[in-house]
Design a protein around this ligand. Structure first.
Ligand SMILES: Cc1cc2nc3c(=O)[nH]c(=O)nc-3n(C[C@H](O)[C@H](O)[C@H](O)COP(=O)(O)OP(=O)(O)OC[C@H]3O[C@@H](n4cnc5c(N)ncnc54)[C@H](O)[C@@H]3O)c2cc1C
Length: 392
């Protein structure tokens, strides 16, 4: 079978290689310009949940959940999945889309239960929950560690004969007669391949542009704030607060906060150039929301911030697609939610390469086609939430 080159040693490149191996493809090379996990994957908050309005995304997340649960058995490594559950709270204005989305999620097998604010308050004892209309709890959700996961996968892939080259920056994708023939590295080395997968996040854009393939991906600067609660909060579920538009989870006893209203996200021109710390404005917004939501936290203090870049598409959903060039595929534009769906994305990519269509239940390959943007057929949730950025 084919000789495959994957550009990008993030979670998407690694899961694609893993899924190809499971289909019997053995000649696989991953090319990473820096080190494995050095891109968005090493920065992820690692939230794992299936709560999505778009059926295909929810189904990708559900498929992926089984991988995260069984990772030790499948790849021999503890990927540090903390299955503490995933809690979503909404206000009156979102009751209708919320219940419709839950019904849709359940119809494809997602285990999610509606619970009362009082029950949610017991799970998060320090939280103020009186301004929520209702909640749902996904018991199988939680959070993982992107870096541990991609390193665990890379270790496994090496044992299976996958070549992983770090410090190997691709300068050019080579083509002849409308088909890909391989890649050229910045040092001039040519690696031949009849299948090339571009899984290089926001950096996929300049790799494909010289071939006339324009990816509608914008690098976005993301900021998160870590607050030391000054007290033991136990192991509550990851909390998606769609009233204050924030998410929070406890990692090593500290509360990691992110914004869900887009105020801590802004487009940047170069995905390699962004501040290493969150802005004062982002910290102030977080502090204000945190004080409102967690009045029971006794002695909070900002301990650090994290920043990173996400590769956003116009509909905030990934591109997992063939291109006009035979043998050339793209899996990029994860739009800030690529970790939790990554085993599914890798499997779908491998499906496209080997079978030409999706073999994952309830995942329509055409939903993720690159041409949807030019066709004006964006992949949007039928149950959008008022006020939230469009990744639910
Ligand atoms: C702060 C933050 C929080 C997040 N939180 C969550 C979350 O809670 N849950 C969730 O599901 N997702 C989350 N995400 C998103 C998730 O981390 C990403 O969607 C996912 O890691 C993307 O993986 P990737 O493999 O596509 O990209 P990356 O990990 O960026 O990998 C792409 C790789 O390509 C390499 N590369 C680039 N150019 C070249 C080249 N020319 N040649 C060779 N290699 C090249 C890069 O060095 C990089 O390692 C978060 C992201 C950030 C930044």
């Amino acid at each position: 079978m084919s000789k495959v080159v994957i550009i990008g040693g993030g979670i998407i490149g690694a899961t694609t290689a893993y899924a190809l191996l499971n289909k019997g493809v053995t000649d696989i090379t991953i090319l990473e310009r820096d080190t494995i996990g050095s891109g968005g994957t090493g920065k992820t908050a690692g939230i794992i949940r299936c709560h999505y309005g778009v059926t295909s995304i929810s189904a990708l997340a559900l498929y992926s959940l089984s991988f995260f649960e069984k990772a030790k058995e499948l790849i021999g490594t503890d990927i540090e999945f903390e299955q503490v559950g995933y809690l979503v709270g909404i206000g009156e204005e979102n009751l209708e889309p919320f219940r419709a989305s839950l019904a849709n999620q359940r119809s494809i097998g997602v285990e999610t239960d509606e619970i009362t604010p009082a029950e949610a308050g017991e799970l998060w004892p320090t939280a103020e929950v009186s301004d929520f209309a209702t909640f749902c709890l996904e018991k199988r959700g939680g959070y993982g560690d992107g870096y541990a996961t991609v390193q665990g996968l890379a270790a496994y892939l090496r044992t299976q004969g996958v070549a992983i080259k770090q410090g190997a920056k691709v300068a050019e994708i080579l083509t002849a007669d409308g088909a890909t023939t391989g890649v050229k590295l910045v040092d001039g080395t040519v690696i031949e391949a009849d299948t090339v997968v571009v899984a290089a996040g926001a950096w996929s854009v300049p790799l494909l542009s010289p071939l006339g393939i324009e990816l509608p991906i914008t690098p976005q600067f993301v900021q998160e704030v870590v607050i030391n609660p000054g007290m033991d909060l136990g192991a509550p579920p990851v909390f998606s607060d769609l009233v204050s538009m924030q998410y929070v989870h406890l990692r090593h006893g500290e509360m990691l906060f992110g914004n869900s209203d887009g105020r801590a996200i802004s487009p940047i021109s170069d995905p390699d150039v962004y501040p290493s710390h969150a802005s004062n404005e982002a910290i102030e917004i977080t502090a204000e929301k945190a004080i409102h939501r967690f009045p029971g936290v006794e002695d909070p203090g900002v301990s650090t911030t994290t920043t990173g870049v996400v590769d956003s598409t116009p509909d905030n959903n990934p591109i997992i697609s063939v291109t006009d060039i035979s043998g050339l595929f793209v899996a990029a534009g994860m739009s800030g939610h690529g970790f939790k769906i990554s085993p599914g994305v890798g499997r779908l990519m491998a499906d496209l390469i080997v079978e030409g269509d999706s073999t994952i239940p309830n995942v329509k390959a055409s939903d993720f086609r690159l041409t949807r943007f030019a066709e004006g057929e964006l992949l949007l949730s039928p149950y959008p939430y008022v006020g939230a950025v469009g990744i639910r």
